[in-house]
Design a protein around this ligand. Structure first.
Ligand code: SAM
Ligand code: SF4
Ligand code: SF4
Length: 480
């Protein structure tokens, strides 16, 4: 059983505390100490080790010894459950703008689904022809293990209806991953018997509003089924729960209801995902998408609810109104320079494609957008292994070459890399395609600002001044 993973990076490394689903960044001295301790199986001997142990070694500047004590790693017995993954190649050959291996893999194991939501960005309902076999699913687990991936998030479609899914989860647990699932939470009684006990650490469950609002999008009866699942999970082994809510005009008024469900059912977080206009939502929901004004209202609502439900962590994008907000509330991906796509995390799709983000054209293997697929798909596991694909930055330039692909307004913006990850390359890509379809002339991805960005409205309405008063005089531009 693996309880901890130490992984070397180009500089320093990470320490995954599996039970908490938390990865701590180590500076170089911290990583070397952990590697030495692993080699000696926890025996802190010799002047070099003693010198190292005295230093501050976590990237946040705090001491490492108290952390070791907390997890029983100040005694040799604790080290039997620690795995170490050192770099297997010279550091200068590793990607410069990405971690050495994905920290998290979003593993879309199928497009089949027991629901058919109006919003669904990847058109899930029926399995795609040629989806990965059970053996291939296990082989992705193996490759991820060898690379030292921290978390596998099974998703889809609906991962829980895939035959053999419990075996895939059991294999992942044996390999020491933190195991999470993105799920609709609409389970049969039989599923409710085994799902809470099969080794899943984190359930991320969709709920898109109060009963009427949710059911209008996700199907009749789904609200009650999700509430039933939340109760069952509450009765099972202590499980981490997050609610995912896709937000647009139709459900702005029911975020409070979902926050209440989260608070009442021990869900530690509520992730509010602005509707992405892809897949089924293009035909069924695009008119509900927020414009800038709506997005501004939405963020105000989030901040109102943050004060009401202090036990629930609210996360979303372009979180500009809260000086305390960060780009990441995540315990594994840090989103220091941009969102995690292609830099700290990747998707493995149901046909074996590897890509940065599910919203991109990479999600539609049968689409005719060959250019979009070439830009966004980094490879396929049926042709290359995960290590080769991840470490070849030429395949990931849309996510790793930020000076080229982020909008020029983002780089000097005071919110960038603080409470906003900058313009979304995928939203920009679709805007570019749209512009090309209506106008003659060439443009570039980086010329498009995220349509949800409401920064200009803040400036127009003097919100900068309001915040500046709050922050003791610092203006939003340049405020870090
Ligand atoms: C495609 S689903 C797969 C997992 C599972 N079936 C579920 O519904 O949670 C992954 C997440 O994407 C969200 N989603 C669906 N359509 C979306 C859209 N158009 N924009 C943003 N998120 C969307 C879902 O609500 C869910 O939280
Ligand atoms: S959003 Fe999830 S539950 Fe709904 S159709 Fe898509 S994959 Fe299925
Ligand atoms: S300009 Fe860019 S970084 Fe600034 S708020 Fe808008 S999207 Fe975010």
């Amino acid at each position: 059983m693996i309880d901890h993973l130490i992984r070397q990076e180009r500089d320093g490394g990470y320490w995954l505390i599996r039970a908490e689903g938390r990865a701590i960044e180590l500076n170089d001295a911290g990583y070397r100490l952990m590697a030495c301790l692993h080699e000696t199986q926890g025996l802190l001997e010799g002047p070099e080790l003693r010198r190292l142990a005295g230093a501050d070694m976590l990237h946040n500047g705090s001491g490492i010894l108290s952390q070791l004590r907390t997890y029983g790693l100040d005694r040799p017995s604790g080290w039997a459950a620690v795995r170490h993954v050192p770099c297997d190649v010279p550091s200068e050959t590793l990607p410069a703008n990405a971690v050495v291996a994905p920290k998290r893999i979003y593993f879309e194991i199928t497009r089949s689904c027991n629901l058919s939501c109006r919003s669904c960005f990847n058109n899930s309902r029926h399995a795609l022809p040629g989806e990965l076999t059970h053996q291939e699913l296990l082989d992705v687990n193996r490759q991820a293990y060898e690379l030292g991936v921290f978390e596998i998030r099974y998703t889809g479609g609906e991962c829980t209806i895939v035959p053999g899914f419990p075996d895939v989860v059991a294999d992942a647990r044996r390999r020491g991953f933190y195991v999470s699932i993105g799920t609709n939470g609409v389970y049969t009684d039989e599923q409710l018997e085994w799902l809470p006990h099969c080794g899943i650490d984190w359930f991320i469950i969709s709920l898109d509003g109060d009963r009427d609002t949710n059911d209008a999008v996700r199907g009749a009866g789904t609200y009650d089924r999700v509430l039933n699942t939340l109760k069952a999970l509450g009765n099972g082994p202590s499980t981490r729960i997050r609610l995912n809510m896709v937000v647009a005009r139709h459900n702005l008024g029911s975020i409070e209801a979902v926050a209440r469900v989260a608070a009442d059912n021990h869900a530690s977080s509520l992730n509010l995902i602005p509707l992405r206009p892809y897949g089924r939502s293009v035909h069924q929901m695009t008119w509900d998408m927020f414009n800038q004004e709506d997005f501004y209202e939405f963020i105000r609502e989030v901040n109102r609810l943050r004060k009401m439900f202090r036990g629930v962590t609210f996360s979303t994008t372009i979180d500009l109104l809260d000086p305390e907000a960060t780009t990441s509330h995540d315990l594994i991906v840090q989103k220091k320079t941009t969102c995690a796509a292609g830099v700290e995390a990747c998707v493995v799709g149901p046909l074996g494609h590897v890509y940065g983000c599910s919203y991109s054209p990479a999600s539609f293997p049968d689409s005719t957008d060959l250019e979009g697929k070439a830009v966004f798909i980094a490879g396929n596991l049926r042709d290359d292994d995960l290590r080769t694909i991840w470490r070849d930055s030429r395949r990931w330039s849309v996510f790793r070459d930020l000076s080229h692909y982020k909008n020029a307004k983002c780089h000097p913006c005071g919110h960038y890399q603080v409470r906003c990850s900058g313009s979304c390359q995928i939203m920009s890509w679709y805007e570019l395609k749209h512009q090309r379809s209506v106008a003659v002339g060439e443009a570039d991805i980086k010329e498009f600002l995220d349509p949800y960005c409401f920064r200009d409205l803040l400036d127009e309405r003097g919100r900068t001044a309001d915040l500046s008063a709050l922050l003791g005089g610092a203006g939003m531009d340049g405020f870090r």
